[in-house]
Design a protein around this ligand. Structure first.
Ligand code: MGD
Ligand code: MGD
Ligand code: SF4
Ligand code: MO
Length: 752
């Protein structure tokens, strides 16, 4: 075996390697705590960003003998300023769970997963992947990546699979989440570029939230809104009266997926009243005239009928936008997860452009991301796009990336990957035979679960790389690779406002678990043991996350996400995270007076966009009807989403904290209006059956006026929820439409 000695493995397993070592081996005095030698006190602290949501809060980790013993929110970090939500406070606790994956597991001839050592796991991985590829072609093996690993890990995985292993198809769970925003921005601005900085939450006098339950899904960003000193108007557009809507000054309770008509109707009112910024439109945008003609058909009476919002309320909304001096528009999954998500996001962008509310403090058409590193995945995972926002189909981009990485250009695929759902369909059609899922829980979070599970069962080889062995997807795997989690490894995350922050290894992963980075390195070693690597010495050079970071910097040079001005990881610590872009020229205006970039930076301050003509585009299209309208048999529209600030997605992590478990209902519940419940003979806390054309689930009835008549809401955190959802996708972003399908509700059995 080529240069994979026992000691290499030992080193990977046990070493506190890389830049981290320097962090951990510093003496307490270097952290300013040297005068306090009490055995009770932590002997050092170090800062890193949280590993859950895209807010990207800074957390101070308290260390004892080099290991994390506790944490507290960082007071200096520009994002959270001393605050954290319950998930953040409990982030270390959940790593100590008994179901942590501590050794590789291989499905034996008895059908059960059994522990094996890394050597056996790697032999199995390589033999079976290669056998599938030699029988069915290199493209018959695919991967699903994530928005929750470090950028450097995603980049390594994307390069290893596509440049070395010959895979063509690899997508991320970011498809479920941010694909719509990506496509909307690319088409409108010429690059996937959320323009804002969090200070905008405090600098607006009108904030419009569309399909965002910020209060619960991004609680610390909501805190930033609460710090806004301008007594702002807060407008929430959501079919439900969410926690966020309850705190709004205006709540527009739209019929599900009717946002597009509403936003076009608002555009018409703004145009008809001449409440638009002609100068901005003339100088910085294209296609406004055809947009203006297009929106004429959105008569307010029709819009009111379609959206269920009163004419006066629509007028008031338009007028508030007009009278606001600094209006910011924010959107999340209520927009992205829709059969017409991209056009809805662009209708929001259009409003910001036509009123000149972009590129200035307190403004913007702002998509809030979800996962801690969704932005890293969008730019650097090598899935949808070639590394660094490049394009697989563009020969110049391929040459550039190949030259920088010193690899042969022919190793870079010249076509795009299938999207997540196309990969799933590929399995169904027998074209994909092996799948490697890293850091996402497909068998819970993917849409239309009964079908999804059937699809996964058809694979010849399913590899799941996770920090827990108990996840719904790991339970289906042929091979489970045990990963180290957040705080057990090094790298960087990029948050919603484009801020790159550090994650550090401040504790050992349990058992034989390895960082995702080191798992990828180990696989590289075994994959190339009998042959020379297709990528020359690339993977030898990529021996630490920071080496990968330096390559990514070079790849970003001259692009809108240029980060060549970030010297090294230490600079990220010093600056309190750094927002992209940060080219070599952006180093002179930091508030601390150091040669560091400014703490808050927004895009498009000069009105120049990334299209060749430097203009932003108005993009629009006629609204389409709901993919699955309600009917006599299925009279309710099901909405799904986040249920509480203390639950994270498929709950593999948050369910491990006793504190968090007290903060949310353990069993599935369905929100239903008291009027509908009465009609169906359902009382509070009754068990009910919720049935769609694809499956059914039992949930406890929660009677609340926060949902409208003939609508119900179930959080996504429960395994059963996605048995109901329908495989419908936005045609441009291919993002699943998780937030509207038709269901029926009937009493199941009374609990008391
Ligand atoms: N506590 C917690 N926080 C999280 C997460 C978590 O799992 N738990 N996940 C993170 C991730 S990855 C993401 S992507 C974000 C998601 O953050 P959000 O998008 O804010 O959360 P959701 O609850 O999925 O959806 C937001 C709202 O969209 C509404 N909605 C549904 N249909 C429509 C519609 O047609 N129009 C409009 N206008 N609204 C609609 C729903 O009623 C819901 O209140 O949260 C992040 N933060
Ligand atoms: N019905 C419905 N479904 C939805 C949504 C909805 O609103 N409604 N929202 C969608 C959205 S926006 C999202 S983002 C997805 C999220 O869906 P998933 O990505 O499936 O959800 P998570 O529970 O975050 O899964 C992450 C997995 O990675 C593991 N993990 C954590 N850290 C690490 C690590 O460092 N390394 C490795 N290898 N593994 C790790 C966790 O244990 C977990 O199993 O769900 C989507 N599904
Ligand atoms: S708001 Fe998000 S980033 Fe901040 S502590 Fe909570 S989960 Fe972590
Ligand atoms: Mo997400």
């Amino acid at each position: 075996m080529k240069d994979l000695s026992f000691s290499t493995l030992q080193e990977l397993l046990h070493a506190k390697s890389g830049p981290l070592t320097r962090e951990l081996l510093r003496t307490p005095s270097e952290f300013g705590l040297g005068q306090l030698p009490s055995s009770q006190l932590p002997d050092a602290t170090t800062n890193m960003v949280c590993g859950y949501c895209s807010t990207g809060c800074g957390l101070k980790i308290h260390l004892k003998d080099g290991d994390a013993i506790n944490l507290s929110p960082s007071g200096e970090y520009p994002v959270n300023r001393g605050m954290a939500c319950p998930k953040g406070w409990e982030a270390l606790t959940v790593l100590d769970a008994p179901d942590r994956a501590t050794t590789p597991l291989l499905r034996g001839s008895n059908g059960k997963l059994q522990p094996v050592d890394w050597h056996r796991a790697m032999e199995e991985f390589v033999t079976r992947m290669k056998s599938v590829q030699s029988q069915h072609g290199p493209e018959s093996a695919a991967f699903i990546s994530t928005g929750q690993m470090a950028t450097e890990e995603m980049a390594y995985l994307g390069a290893l699979t596509k440049f070395e292993m010959g895979m063509l198809h690899g997508d991320g769970n970011t498809r479920q989440c941010m694909a719509t925003a990506v496509v909307a921005y690319k088409q409108a601005f010429g690059f996937d570029a959320p323009p804002y900085t969090y200070a905008d939450f405090e600098e607006s006098d009108v904030l419009v939230f569309i399909g965002s339950n910020l209060c619960l899904a991004h609680p610390i960003l909501w805190e930033r809104v609460m710090r806004n000193p301008h007594d702002p108007e807060i407008i929430v557009i959501d079919p439900r009266q969410t926690e966020t809507a309850m705190n709004a000054t205006q709540h527009l309770q739209v019929a599900p997926k009717s946002d597009l008509s509403l936003l076009y109707g608002i555009a018409k009112i703004l145009i008809d009243n001449d409440w638009i910024d002609h100068e901005y439109i003339d100088e910085h945008t294209s296609d406004f005239e055809s947009f203006k003609d297009f929106v004429q058909q959105f008569e307010i009476d029709h819009v009111a009928a379609e959206t269920g919002i009163a004419v006066e309320q629509i007028h008031r909304f338009a007028k508030t936008i007009h009278s606001g001096k600094r209006v910011s528009f924010w959107w999340t999954m209520g927009v992205n997860q829709s059969h017409q998500g991209v056009r809805t996001a662009q209708a929001i962008i259009n409003l910001a452009l036509m009123t000149g509310n972009i590129g200035k403090p307190g403004t913007g058409a702002n998509s809030i991301t979800g996962q801690c590193n969704a932005m890293g995945s969008r730019l650097f995972s090598n899935t949808t796009g070639l590394l660094g926002g490049h394009d697989f189909t563009n020969p110049e981009d391929r040459t550039k990336v190949a030259d920088i990485l010193k690899i042969n250009e022919s190793n870079i695929p010249n076509e795009n990957s299938w999207a997540y759902h196309e990969i799933m369909e590929g399995i169904l059609k027998g074209k994909i035979k092996a799948l490697w899922i890293a850091c996402t829980n497909t068998a819970h979070s993917w849409i239309n679960q009964n079908q999804a599970r059937d699809i996964l069962s058809r694979l010849d080889f399913l590899v799941v790389q996770d920090i827990y062995h108990s996840t719904e997807t790991a339970q289906l795997a042929d091979l489970v690779l045990p990963a180290a989690g957040w705080a057990e490894k090094e790298g960087t995350f990029i948050n919603s406002e484009r801020r790159i922050g550090r994650v550090k290894k401040v504790r050992h992963a349990p058992g034989q678990a390895l960082s995702d980075f080191n798992i990828f390195r180990l696989i590289t070693k075994y994959w190339t043991k009998d042959k020379t690597s297709n990528c020359g010495d690339l993977f030898d050079r990529w021996a630490s996350p920071e080496e990968v970071f330096h390559s990514l910097k070079e790849i970003s040079r001259g692009t809108p996400c240029d980060i060549t001005g970030i010297d090294n990881y230490e600079m990220l610590d010093e600056a309190g995270g750094i927002q992209w872009p940060c080219s070599e020229q952006c180093d002179d205006d930091n508030t601390a007076g150091k040669q560091l970039p400014a703490t808050e930076r927004r895009l498009f301050t000069d009105g120049n966009y990334y299209h060749a003509d430097q203009r932003a585009k108005f993009i629009f299209e006629a609204p389409r009807p709901l993919s699955e309208p309600t009917s006599d048999s299925y009279p309710f529209t099901l909405l799904t989403g986040r249920g509480s600030a203390s639950q994270w997605h498929t709950q593999t992590r948050t369910s491990k904290s006793a504190v968090l478990r007290k903060l949310y209902p353990n069993d599935p519940f369905v929100e239903i209006s008291p009027t509908d419940a009465r009609r169906l003979g359902i009382q509070e806390n009754d068990l009910v059956e919720v049935v769609s054309q694809r499956g059914s689930m039992t949930a406890m009835a929660f009677l609340t006026h926060s949902v409208s008549l003939q609508q119900v809401f179930i959080p996504m955190h429960y395994e059963e929820t996605n048995k109901l959802t329908d495989s419908v996708f936005d045609p441009y972003s291919k993002q699943p439409a998780y937030k509207a399908c038709a269901v029926s509700v009937r009493p199941s059995q009374r609990t008391s």
